[in-house]
Design a protein around this ligand. Structure first.
Ligand code: OXD
Ligand code: MN
Length: 630
């Protein structure tokens, strides 16, 4: 087969690009590229090495192809997606599974043969008239136990350019590994295009939008879409493949930030944190801690009895709405620096400046967005007001663009993880911060039972409470019960596993007002840091270990010297809401009993014990219990 593949490649690629490709001594690479060149029929093929000139070619192609337009900042560009293509398409994202692999009803899947047939039909000649970009990347630091090489085929220079800002180069790694390489594969096509604002071209055949994941061959296909969450191969597409590989090999791939916290003595400890999309993950990593290693995906391995973590990526595909100069100084500064940035789905105002939701109190009068020329008051076909920028407007930027990037970002050994945070969008149940009793209790009550209200990061209705274990449900490629069991086993046998915490930035009072300010997360992170360092004690309640008022007064005082943290605030935030907790336990028990495959029996035991503790407390103190009572 290799000879046939080589022959085909020699025919279809020009001499320079052919040479770059066959310099990689791996028939699997040649076969794969040949197969999809033959099927997708691009007009030309560009093979991108790690060389600066090649990377520059991609950057320029994104402008020349009208997938990006230049903004005022020299290194800043803007990209638009079709306005119906600005979130992850959960409905059309499916695992293609052999008949024997039962993944359970909560995960979207279809028979492998059928799915492959369908996606190959969609891919047939889909790149007609386009250039195909071939790119090589590495997930995790290069030359490390975490490294996963990746091969991306895409006809979108915007996708190839975004990946450049978000991932580590991998061409040299493919050369080094030769035919011993075990790599993830991605095929993407944006399909037929139509014109949007600024003359930029957006995917048009959204009915044929598909994200199909073939676990057997560690290959993902994505068609007729441009939105990064559906197309940037190394991001959520790779996370799904990594979760399966991790499960087979005994490590974890998680939807988690990775950040460093400096103690009073200057020493650093590291936390990971899992939050659903748009629930404070990036802002925790950038305003909560002191340094950042990652804001979205962490790979965790047990090495010498410790949990070591790395960022799978090297950049941020960050969420724009709400970023402002006072609450998010680090991100704000980076967005106004000369770092290389692609803005997506923002409004472009006078003079080529990006505008996003929450940047100012009033909307600008006019500008250009995905809908073309925009003015304040513009309506769509259905009579709905078109906001200036999308709620899921994003920016792509290397982490090195942030001043607080941690020097260990590319450390091949990773950093030791001392704490793990789980947070969701929860308006009525969890207190702002709480520690679990131990690993088992944390994995079950904080992580496996996590629920969150939906956001604009996925298409569909917002604000609906959904079950989201470990904030990772959208990406799970293994049965949920197996995934929970993997977590239990992972830390269960460690002498000193990381502490597990929950945070809730979205708690409201009975009248619907948020009970916390956005920047309070700085205080919760300091409290967790002090707990891990055994510097403070905590109150034992039925649901976990809560902060003492006096400790919070002290931390608030240090973090915000002008703010007095009152007893009333503390009570309103940390009152144990027993009816809400009992209802949540009931929902979780029902979910796991009825819909989840292979649930570990410990899950039911731990939830049952928590229910008993809560009922006991209710009998003694009533439905709503001040933390001072415990
Ligand atoms: C993301 C997401 O883009 O989770 O990180 O949607
Ligand atoms: Mn994410």
């Amino acid at each position: 087969m290799d000879q046939d593949a080589i022959g085909l490649l020699e025919n279809r690629l020009d001499g320079v690009n052919f040479k770059k490709l066959i310099a990689i001594d791996n028939p699997m690479v040649h076969d794969f590229v040949a197969k999809y060149v033959e099927l997708c029929r691009p007009a030309s093929v560009f093979v991108c090495t790690d060389d600066g000139a090649d990377i520059d070619y991609i950057r320029k192609a994104a402008l020349a192809n009208k997938e990006e337009a230049q903004l005022a900042g020299e290194n800043h560009t803007v990209h638009f997606d079709n306005f119906r293509d600005q979130g992850r398409d959960k409905e059309n994202t499916k695992f293609l599974l052999p008949e024997t692999y039962n993944i359970g009803p909560e995960i979207n899947a279809m028979p492998r043969d059928k799915g492959l047939k369908e996606i190959h039909r969609v891919l047939h000649r889909i790149m007609k008239g386009k250039e195909l970009y071939i790119r090589f990347f590495c997930l995790g630091p290069t030359g490390s136990p975490f490294t996963i090489p990746c091969l991306q085929l895409t006809d979108s220079a915007y996708v190839a350019h975004s990946e450049d800002l978000l991932y580590r180069q991998g061409y040299e790694e493919f050369i080094r590994n030769g035919n011993k390489n075990r790599f993830f594969r991605f095929v993407h096509s944006q399909g037929r295009l139509e014109e949007a604002g600024l003359g930029l071209m957006v995917s048009r055949d959204l009915k044929k939008r598909r994200v199909y994941i073939d676990l057997l061959k560690e290959t993902v296909f994505s068609t007729n879409t441009q939105y990064g969450g559906n197309t940037i191969g190394m991001k959520k597409l790779a996370l799904r493949l990594a979760i399966k590989r991790a499960s087979d090999e005994g490590w974890l791939a998680e939807h988690m930030l990775l950040m460093g916290i400096k103690g009073d003595d200057g020493s650093m400890i590291y936390f990971t944190g899992a939050f659903p999309s748009m629930c404070g993950k990036t802002s925790t990593a950038t305003i909560g801690g002191d340094t950042i290693l990652g804001d979205d995906i962490a790979l965790l391995k047990k090495i010498d009895g410790k949990i070591m973590g790395v960022n799978m990526e090297r950049g941020i595909f960050g969420i724009m709405p709400g970023i402002n100069a006072s609450d998010d100084a680090t991100q704000w500064k980076a967005l106004h620096s000369d770092a290389e940035i692609i803005f997506s789905n923002v409004l472009v105002t006078e003079g080529g400046k990006p505008y996003w939701d929450g940047m100012s109190d009033t909307w600008p009068d006019r500008g250009i967005n995905h809908s073309g020329d925009w003015f304040n008051g513009k309506k769509d076909d259905l009579g709905r007001t078109i906001p200036p920028a999308h709620k899921n407007a994003r920016f792509s930027m290397p982490l090195e663009g942030l001043e607080i990037v941690d020097p260990n970002l590319h450390n091949p050994n990773g950093v030791e993880v001392s704490g793990i945070i789980f947070g969701g969008r929860d308006s009525d149940t969890f207190v702002p911060v709480e520690e679990s009793f131990n690993w088992l209790h944390g994995v079950i009550t904080k992580a496996a039972a996590l629920e969150s209200e939906t956001t604009a990061a996925t298409l569909g209705k917002r604000g609906v409470r959904i079950f989201n274990p470990m904030s990772n449900i959208d990406f799970l490629s293994i049965p949920i019960g197996t995934y929970i069991k993997n977590h239990l086993d992972f830390g269960g046998d460690l002498h000193d596993p990381p502490r597990i915490f929950s945070v809730n930035y979205f708690l409201k009072d009975m009248s619907g007002q948020y009970l916390n300010h956005k920047s309070d997360k700085r205080v919760w992170v300091r409290w967790m840091d002090k707990r891990v360092r055994n510097q403070i004690t905590a109150i034992r309640t039925p649901t976990g270990l809560m902060p003492y008022y006096d400790d919070l007064v002290e931390i608030f005082g240090t973090v915000f010297p002008n703010v007095k943290y009152t007893e009333e605030e503390y009570i309103s935030q940390f009152t144990l809401r027993i009816p809400q907790h009992l209802a949540k336990i009931k929902r979780t028990q029902k979910m796991y009993a009825a819909r989840i495959l292979y649930t570990p029996p410990e899950l039911f035991e731990v939830l049952e014990e928590q229910r008993e503790r809560l009922e006991d407390a209710r009998d003694r103190y009533g439905n709503y219990v001040s933390p001072f009572k415990f």
